[in-house]
Write a protein that binds this ligand. Structure first.
Ligand code: NI
Length: 226
């Protein structure tokens, strides 16, 4: 499932976070690329231990944990502290797949990257190019969202970022280990949850709403790793 989560950060928080990020010292993005990724990656990143990256990253993670759409779609177990990248002057990131396992900085703990997330800090009118192209089983999907919105997509996808030919593309990117490892199962649970919420909004006490909620939780109990 590829899903847009709109308005992750409200405009005032987004603007303040953006000012802090833009004023920080950036490094070559190849610092965190794997063997295959390093050959096709050309961008800049904030160092993972940069105080601004840590502070804004915590703010993003905290906000997401209170976002019902994100929680329902991702069913998160671990969120890797969000990182930040920018592309300018023709920079791009060729087709690659993200590493499947990452170490959570400062902890030594490892996590699986079931879901990838990109949160846009610059609006689409601020730069040309810079589309995130995600290869899905149904074909390629081109993603370029408004500032403050986020795309959530399977960590298994091949993807790339097209060259930025004008302006600067500024994003946060990170990974999520889900309680539900399998994308197809996670998608079914999400669709079921959305349908139950919709039914419940019309008639919260209907017996079928209660039994469907029971089925949802019993499936989660069958499949979840916690
Ligand atoms: Ni990637």
């Amino acid at each position: 499932m590829i899903l847009e989560i709109p308005n992750v950060l409200p405009p005032d928080q987004l603007a303040a976070a953006r000012r802090a990020i833009e004023a920080a010292d950036w490094i070559d993005g190849r610092a965190t690329a794997g063997h295959q990724g390093a050959k096709v990656k050309d961008n800049q990143q904030l160092p993972v231990d940069h105080p601004v990256a840590r502070q804004v990253g915590e703010q993003i993670a905290r906000t997401l944990m209170a976002n019902p759409l994100f929680m329902s779609a991702a069913l998160p177990l671990h969120i890797l502290p969000p990182m930040f990248n920018r592309y300018t002057g023709g920079q791009n990131f060729g087709t690659h797949v993200d590493g499947s396992i990452r170490t959570i900085p400062g902890t030594g703990h490892r996590m699986r990257t079931d879901l990838s997330a990109t949160l846009f800090f610059a609006g689409p009118a601020e730069y040309d190019g810079g589309e995130l192209i995600i290869e899905d089983t149904y074909g390629a999907k081109s993603v370029k969202l408004s500032a403050g919105s986020m795309i959530l997509y399977p960590g298994t996808s091949l993807h790339r970022v097209t060259p930025v030919t004008r302006g600067t593309r500024l994003c946060s990117f990170f990974w999520i280990q889900s309680m539900i490892r399998d994308d197809a199962k996670r998608t079914m649970l999400f669709e079921m949850d959305v349908a139950i919420q919709r039914l419940g909004a019309e008639n919260a006490t209907h017996p079928s709403v209660i039994s469907l909620t029971g089925v949802y939780h019993n499936l989660l109990r069958q499949w979840a790793e916690v």
